[in-house]
Design a protein around this ligand. Structure first.
Ligand code: ADP
Ligand code: MG
Length: 746
């Protein structure tokens, strides 16, 4: 996105010609500086003929300067920027009669004295004609803001798209790109300077008619004439296009209330003007302060409508119109103050570039075509066979297929790489070959084994008695399998070897065994049901023991706390007595008073109770350890047996397959099981399940769960260590008959 170097808003001063220019009060120095002197107000108790002086530095002083020069210095740069794609704003500010309308629109009926708008229109169309490389679309709108209501000065023109306020009335709306537009404001496409001028005059006429009809003062409204420009490149099929808005703004008179007290409608108008101009000033102050991230644009229609035309990414120029007479010096000062604030606003103009999606696609298609041509050119230059970058034809696909076949058989050493599409086809053919191979293996296995459907297998199983899974492969037969969604395709394979019935179980010969997690659930319900039942019972006992242990620990701790608080109370009692003097019996023996005695007795009872509880705690701890051991043992057995059963039932090791192919016998062996033997209950099972679920297809999951198991083992080992050391400590403590510290609840 192109940008112009960031700068400040440009500010010019223009004086309305007068024979009574107050030379002693307004002083122009070096064409850019204005010094203003003002007599001190005698009403404020000040000395005769004393002066206050102010100095303002601007971008230029337009004093006794023609309309043409004003346009050249103020307008031309902004207008040319707008043709390039930068937003631009020229704004006239000042008290009523100071020459704002004269500057922006000019004296009606005089070509010589035409203002910035007609000259800008002329320049825009001149540029449009000059730039034959681009097509331009120029549209106009003319908005008036009067007493905070929006008026379309071109609404009178019929048949214009967008004309008329519509059901919601006119309103300033924010656009997604951060700009603003006026809903209901008519936009008029113009093709020539003349058409555009017609619209300007039409708008001017409507402004005057409105003034009479509503009996309003024309200088009490703000007017924004906008030229909307859109340009597309003609030569390149360029999808990018630029848009810009050129706002030419004639602000309402800035004079303050006060000199003549207005009434009725005049008062209302004055209030709105004061309000909108002071909001404009606030927005400008905020814009000038780079630290501010919120600018109050929405406070008035004027500031909201000018949101994207004040500073920011817009070329902005302000003309401060003043009277040259001494009588107006106060208003002149206030105009100059506004101007110097405006000058501090920073601008960062950016070309408003957009992309036309339809053109973008067309452009990319063309680029692809060019690149293809370029590639074939390179192939020719490199003496390569003509490479096609198009989709492969049927004949080409058949050729690739044959190459892959020959490569797999070994009659072709390598496949030459020709193009990306050819490589992709090679991969596709490899995949097909692999699938074909799998089907062949399946067919081969089917020749060696009889397929038994699941229903038949279930019938068999009702007759067969379930046995321990640690026997031969044959013993697995008869078990009902629940392998989730894969169940319908489940098969029994019965060996055809005479005299020996070998049955293997598999979901499908071409697919993998059932997930271990599911198989584990099945196993627990059937072959492993007995050991699983014992495991469950042991777990229940273990849980009960733990609950008792927890309860007892809490009890011991409560007693300990009571002992501590009773001891403290007793100590405090004794301390108090020491300071107050102690009772002594007639024979000089210290006498305990009743309260103290009861504390001593209570302490003794508590200690006895504590010892009993502690003994009990010790016993129950041993019981918990024992139960834990039983549970661990059961679990290990369950898992070990499951592993054996699973391996025998579902996995066909290489040597087994070889044996099957050769018609030999199978002697299954136990597959070693790596189990964490002392995992926490449930947690262990949970992680086993997760491991089985993820093991098959995710190596990182395997690593994760191995690491987890190692951590759990280490934790349990540390726990065992710390438990034994706690035990040692408590043993030692009880030998010394000292009460242990508060115990943590297990
Ligand atoms: P504003 O719009 O600020 O209220 P106008 O532009 O209507 O003031 O100017 C008031 C009068 O002064 C108009 O008759 C206008 O022609 C005249 N005038 C203002 N500035 C100039 C100028 N620079 N040269 C000649 N006449 C001017
Ligand atoms: Mg005016």
């Amino acid at each position: 996105m192109s940008t112009q170097a960031g700068s400040e808003v440009k500010v010019f001063l223009r004086t309305r010609p007068t024979a009574n220019f107050a030379e002693n009060l307004i002083e122009y120095v070096d064409g850019q500086t204005v010094n203003v002197h003002q007599k001190k107000d005698s009403r404020k108790g000040v000395v005769n003929n004393q002066l206050n002086s102010w100095s303002f530095r601007l971008d230029g002083v337009l004093h006794d300067v023609s309309q043409e020069e004003v346009y050249a210095r103020v307008g031309r740069g902004v207008v040319l920027g707008a043709v390039e794609g930068y937003n631009g704003t020229v704004m006239c500010f000042g008290q009523t009669g100071a020459g704002k309308t004269y500057t922006i629109t000019g004296a009606s009926g005089s070509y010589q004295e035409r203002g910035i708008i007609p000259r800008a229109i002329q320049e825009v169309f001149h540029e449009v004609d000059q730039r034959s490389t681009h097509t331009f679309r120029v549209q106009l709108s003319y908005l008036e803001i009067y007493n905070e209501s929006l008026v379309d000065l071109l609404a009178s023109l019929r048949g214009c798209p967008g004309a008329g306020p519509g059901p919601g009335g006119m309103a300033v709306v924010e656009e997604a790109c951060g700009g603003v537009s006026i809903r209901g404001l008519s936009l008029h496409l113009v093709h020539s300077e003349e058409e555009a001028l017609n619209l300007l005059f039409e708008g001017e006429m409507n402004r005057i008619i409105g003034t009479h009809a509503l009996n309003k003062n024309s200088s009490r409204s703000h007017c924004i004439f906008t030229v909307h420009i859109e340009s597309h490149s003609r030569t390149l099929s360029e999808a990018k296009y630029v848009t810009s808005k050129l706002n030419l703004v004639d602000l309402a008179g800035s004079e303050r209330l006060g000199k003549i007290e207005p009434e009725g409608q005049m008062l209302k108008e004055a209030m709105y003007i004061n309000k909108s101009l002071s909001f404009l000033e606030q927005a400008i102050l905020a814009l000038a302060d780079r630290r501010r991230d919120h600018i109050p644009f929405r406070q008035s229609k004027l500031t909201h409508a000018l949101k994207d035309s004040l500073g920011g990414n817009c070329n902005t120029v302000l003309v401060a119109n003043i009277y040259g007479e001494a009588a107006h010096v106060e208003e002149t000062l206030s105009t100059l103050r506004f101007a110097s604030r405006m000058k501090r606003v920073q601008t960062d103009p950016i070309i408003n570039q957009h992309t036309d999606p339809v053109l973008q696609v067309r452009k990319l298609q063309k680029e692809i075509q060019l690149l293809k041509q370029e590639l074939s050119l390179h192939d020719t230059m490199a003496n390569r066979m003509e490479t096609s970058y198009e989709t492969l034809s049927e004949a080409q696909v058949a050729e690739v297929q044959s190459q892959v076949q020959r490569f797999l058989e070994g009659s072709l050493d390598e496949i030459n790489i020709e193009s990306i599409r050819q490589i992709q086809e090679v991969f596709r053919q490899f995949k097909q070959a692999l699938e074909l191979q799998e089907q062949k293996v399946k067919a081969q296995l089917c020749q060696n084994y009889t397929l038994v459907e699941k229903d038949q297998s279930t019938a068999d199983s009702s007759a067969a008695k379930p046995q321990s899974p640690s026997g031969t492969v044959g013993k697995v037969e008869g078990r009902r399998f629940g392998v989730g969604v894969a169940a319908p395709s489940e098969r029994h394979i019965r060996s055809q070897s005479p005299g020996r019935t070998k049955t293997l179980r598999t979901k499908d010969l071409t697919s993998s065994p059932p997930p271990k997690a599911d198989a584990f659930e099945d196993f627990k319900a059937e072959q492993g049901s007995e050991i699983n039942r014992i495991l469950k019972e042991n777990k229940v006992v273990l849980l009960e023991c733990r609950a008792r242990l927890r309860e007892l620990t809490e009890g011991v701790n409560t007693t300990k706390r009571e002992i501590d608080s009773t001891s403290t109370t007793l100590r405090q009692w004794k301390d108090r007595q020491q300071s107050q003097g102690q009772f002594i019996s007639a024979d000089g023996v210290p006498v305990l008073d009743e309260a103290e005695l009861s504390l001593v007795l209570r302490l003794r009872d508590l200690k006895t109770h504590y010892r009993q509880q502690y003994e009990e705690l010790h016993c129950i701890k041993a019981e918990v350890n024992y139960c834990q051991h039983l549970v661990d043992q059961c679990r290990t057995r369950l898992l070990t047996e499951f592993e054996s059963w699973y391996n025998e039932s579902f996995l066909l090791p290489e040597e087994v397959q070889a044996l099957l192919r050769s018609g030999g016998t199978i002697r299954p062996g136990l597959v070693p099981v790596d189990k964490a033997l002392s995992l926490e209950e449930d947690e262990q099972e949970h992680f086993e399940r997760r491991r089985y679920e993820l093991l098959a297809d995710s190596p990182s999951a395997t690593i994760f769960y191995s690491a987890h198991n190692r951590t759990v083992k280490r934790r349990n080992y540390n726990k065992a260590l710390s438990q034994s050391s706690v035990q040692k400590t408590t043993n030692r403590s009880s030998q010394r008959t000292k009460l242990p510290a508060i115990l943590s609840v297990i």
